[in-house]
Design a protein around this ligand. Structure first.
Ligand code: GLP
Length: 242
């Protein structure tokens, strides 16, 4: 699509369609969305929020699962993904906070918390649509290069490039956490639909590797090639190396 606005509108249309279809086919089980942090999906969230405000879209009962969280950051920290998801998704989309889940990066037993997160997703009936951004190094969620395609929710070490990319959200680069918990590529691939959004030249290499490169763990997003219903919505700049 031509530009970032069109990315947001196109992605919001698809998400709204899934929310409406679920509400119509099984009112007792509203849609389960997978949501991502990062700047890429912000336009999509804003477009959805506008529809909720105008009464065009009803999000009652919609459940959401975030992809990832930093380890060692207080959930109340403004840059924790608990806070980011509340600010950018839960509140603007009018979701019930009790139905919005973010991995627990502050748990004393992180492995148990990761297993519990997998169980929560399963008990919710799985994810109907997973929204994704892509890192400049091809990561999705925080599945950094060399992540296993079969991986589940687990503890990861952030790649130096990811820490540098995310330093803009912190007072100094040293404050960016070193570890995170993230849904695995295997977890993400189980969502019934994948929807990846990207805009801007900085993502052009990663987008080209994801779509036209080999299926290879050095580009974790290439895992989308394995999924039967994966849609990639990008602007001209992000598509410039295809
Ligand atoms: C972040 C998130 C990813 C996101 C990516 C790109 O670190 N963990 O889910 O897709 O990096 O971020 P942005 O959209 O700001 O470029």
């Amino acid at each position: 699509v031509p530009d970032a606005n069109a990315v947001a509108t196109t992605a919001a249309n698809r998400i709204a369609a899934v929310i409406r279809a679920r509400a119509a086919s099984d009112p007792a089980r509203p849609a389960v969305l997978g949501v991502a942090t990062g700047s890429s999906p912000l336009g999509t969230y804003a477009a959805l929020a506008e529809r909720v405000r105008s009464g065009e879209l009803d999000t009652t009962g919609v459940r959401a699962f975030a992809l990832d969280e930093y380890v060692g950051l207080d959930p109340a920290h403004p840059e924790s993904y608990h806070s980011v998801i509340r600010r950018t998704v839960t509140e603007p989309l009018g979701l019930d906070p009790a139905r919005v889940h973010v991995p627990d990066g502050a748990a004393s037993d992180l492995e148990a918390a990761c297993a519990e997160y997998e169980r929560l997703i399963r008990d919710a009936g799985g994810v109907d649509l997973q929204l994704l951004g892509i890192g400049a190094n091809g990561h999705i969620g925080f599945n950094e290069p060399t992540s296993s395609f079969a991986s589940r929710t687990r503890i990861k070490t952030l790649a130096p490039q990811t820490r540098a990319d995310n330093a803009r959200f912190f007072d100094s680069p040293e404050q960016v956490p070193v570890h995170c918990v993230t849904q695995g590529l295997g977890t993400i691939l189980e969502a019934r639909r994948l929807l990846l959004v990207a805009q801007g030249e900085a993502k052009a290499d990663a987008v080209a590797q994801m779509i036209e490169g080999p299926l290879a763990s050095v580009c974790p997003a290439s895992a989308l090639q394995l999924h039967p219903d994966a849609v990639v919505v990008i602007d001209r700049a992000a598509a410039s190396k295809l």
